[in-house]
Design a protein around this ligand. Sequence first.
Ligand code: NDP
Length: 234
Amino acid sequence: MSRVALVTGGNRGIGLATARELADRGFTVVVTHRSGEPPEGLHGVQADVTDSAAVDAAFSQVESEHGPVEVVVANAGITRDGLLMRMPEDAFTEVLDANLTGAWRVTQRAIRGMVKARFGRLIYISSVVGLTGAPGQANYAASKAGLVGLARSTARELGGRGITANVVAPGYVDTDMTAELTDKRREEILNSIPLGRTAAPEDIAKAVAWLASDDAGYVTGAVLPVDGGIGMGH
Ligand code: NDP
């Protein structure tokens, strides 16, 4: 029987590409979406990761419709950029709540079933920025760095139960999140990427799918950069 994978924020961008890649590789994939319908050909559950009750209900729904969740991709994330001097407190707490506490909520709910099954794959979508920092992104970078601590603590706590926890750290990926950059900023970023191109969501999806596969069974607590080399050395 195919493994059940849940991808948060799987209705667009990196999450959607990951969901499609996992489905192509034979997983039963469910994506969370906050509104509307799930993407064509994929199962969906409604959930906002800032709401513990909604996360709990989403897992219960997936469990009853498809069986225990064995793979979780904590992908949902937001930005609310601004220079530190002028950043309102709610811009910090809002981003932390979605990107880091949201991943924690999903993890805590997911491991119930994983501990019972003595199998689980937790994959967190961080960012190169979590390791290097970025001006204007103190909130976002802190949330993404926090995912490393969350993953590595989980890896240590639950390794004995057959659960792995790993982080993927993408660089610049062409999605809605990065669509708003000016041409000048985009050019600057391109010049700093050793591979000379930005990533497609599928570049990230393939790395995530590998971490979810049986081939990655002995990999845990890892931070895998998928960034064209932009973060080398961090
Ligand atoms: P998008 O903005 O295209 O998609 C973000 C996804 O997250 C959407 O599905 C969105 O749902 C969902 N989401 C946001 N907040 C919540 C929430 N509270 N509850 C549930 N779902 C939520 O972003 P990307 O695909 O670019 O980013 C995906 C992940 O990858 C993020 O964590 C991002 O930080 C990370 N990343 C992106 C990079 C890039 O260059 N694009 C680089 C490095 C990391 P909805 O459609 O309802 O808004």
